[in-house]
Write a protein that binds this ligand. Structure first.
Ligand SMILES: *Cc1c(COP(=O)(O)O)cnc(C)c1O
Length: 461
């Protein structure tokens, strides 16, 4: 194990030597009580970190009523599998209704088609595969490229690696939105799609989707909007009077959108929606084989067998909250965002990057932001480190709208800045790792990461 990881053992393998350790299948089964007590011990410890709203993103709602709705739905659909629509036609109905509801939020009409996937990553992988296959068929493009803001989610780079697409990465402007002129210059005859985020993960800023869509239309290529975070916030934010630019199917050139129902849709994990403007594009997403030895086989998404529960739960949560429920949460969350942005503005060592609403990236010219983040970690906060420029962010959720959470964030932040200035780097933390990664070439960082993963997923260690 690299020395670098030694300090991380407590964080990533905290149960070593305490609870039962299983290295092979027991011959005699254990009692239900024994099994559940182990799970409960771990869950109880882990619940602490998110229940108090000290985690960025991760648990987007977590309220008792919603959790009990998840459990009720699971108890009704514990074995349902959408691979067999003849056995569970209910799942077809529920999935189509979720797709229709989400399309409705995003100015989609009855031409829109789509799927529920297992997450934002799967939605993005599918959209990129769809454009690759569509433009190979329509234009004979065999060396496809996508134009990608530097702030786009890693899932797009993963899609490029999986599907042999070349990512053409474009830098951002001073407000941390993609530079439209540079996008224009990056288009070649191999470009199959432009990507924009509403908003992006690192800075919470919204790319100028309208301008990007115009470029896409000029070239007759795809315009994909990553609304993983914004799909269930921006429509309500606009109704609440916030200044929200157009970002969805309202813009003519937008051809596909992913929205993560398992984030601000408040569904359980394993749920995202991918939408296409028309059935013609959607057709390139699905897999079919008519002459397989195992019979006629088709899957609209990546997986074969998958849980039907998440589809049913997504449908249930959307009906349970309704527009009014989403509006109330959005209102409280955006007010918390406004408060935090305002208060960070009063801390002279810190600055907010761009003009975000509820995902707030914080940097500094005076103090090392990673050291501030480490002192925040000591105070129980789980924030996200960002690179280029060095910064960290907090993605606000329902949990940050609970009493005193936003105030605690600001007072802990003030203390952490003070600690960073007075005491410098703490002995344990991520600051050295982030600091180092800023100077190392990408290959070397990847090598270290793989070393870490070898250790993390070694069942014998
Ligand atoms: C979370 C996120 C994704 C990826 O979604 P997963 O559900 O984690 O696979 C993609 N884009 C953005 C902007 C995100 O925030």
């Amino acid at each position: 194990m690299l020395d670098l990881f030694k300090g991380l053992e407590k964080l990533f393998k905290p149960y070593k030597g305490s609870l039962i350790e299983v290295k092979s299948l027991p011959y005699h089964g254990l009692s239900k009580d024994e099994i559940l007590s182990v799970l409960k011990k771990m869950a109880t410890l882990e619940d602490k970190s998110w229940i108090d709203g000290k985690v960025s993103g991760a648990v987007y709602h977590g309220g008792g009523e919603l959790l009990s709705l998840y459990n009720d739905v699971f108890s009704i659909f514990p074995v349902a599998n959408p691979l067999h629509p003849d056995v569970w036609p209910s799942l077809v109905k529920l999935e189509n209704e979720v797709v229709a509801m989400v399309a409705g939020l995003l100015h989609g009409d009855s031409n829109v088609r789509g799927s529920i996937t297992m997450g934002g990553t799967e939605s993005i992988l599918l959209a990129m595969k769809t454009y690759r296959d569509y433009y190979r068929d329509k234009r004979g493009i065999t060396e496809p490229e996508i134009v990608l803001p530097r702030s786009a989610h890693a899932a797009f780079l993963k899609a490029c690696e999986y599907f042999n697409i070349r990512p053409v990465i474009v830098d951002l402007d001073d407000e941390f939105r993609v530079d439209v002129e540079k996008v224009k210059e990056s288009i070649t005859r191999n470009t199959i799609a432009i990507v924009g985020s509403a908003p992006n993960f690192p800075y919470g800023t919204i790319d100028p989707i309208k301008d990007l869509a115009e470029i896409a239309m000029d070239h007759g290529i795809g315009m994909h909007v990553d609304a993983a975070l914004g799909g269930f916030v921006l429509p309500f934010a606009r109704k609440l009077g916030y200044d929200v630019p157009q970002f969805d199917f309202e813009i003519e050139g937008v051809t596909s959108i992913n929205v993560d129902t398992h984030k601000y849709g408040y569904a359980p994990k394993g749920s995202s929606v991918i939408l296409y403007r028309n059935p013609e594009l959607f057709r390139y997403q699905v897999y079919t084989i008519g002459d397989w030895a195992g019979g006629i086989y088709f899957t609209p998404t990546t997986l074969g067998s998958k849980p039907g529960f998440t589809i049913a739960a997504t449908w249930a949560v959307m009906l349970y909250l309704g527009e009014k429920g989403y509006m109330e949460i959005t209102k409280a969350m955006l007010e918390a965002g406004r408060y935090i942005i305002n208060e960070v503005g009063k801390i002279k060592e810190l600055k907010v990057l761009g003009k975000p609403l509820w995902i707030i990236a914080i940097a500094s010219d005076i103090v090392n932001p990673y050291v501030v983040m480490d002192y925040m970690s000591q105070r129980g906060w789980h924030l996200i480190g960002l690179v280029k420029p060095p910064a960290f962010h907090i993605a606000l959720t329902y949990r940050h709208t609970l009493p005193n959470v936003k105030e605690a964030f600001i007072s802990d932040l003030r203390e952490s800045v003070k600690d960073a200035l007075e005491k410098g780097q703490p002995p344990i933390g991520m600051a050295p790792i982030y600091g180092m990664s800023a100077f190392l070439p990408r290959d070397q960082i990847n090598a270290i990461l793989r070393e870490f993963i070898d250790w993390l997923y070694n069942p014998w260690d």
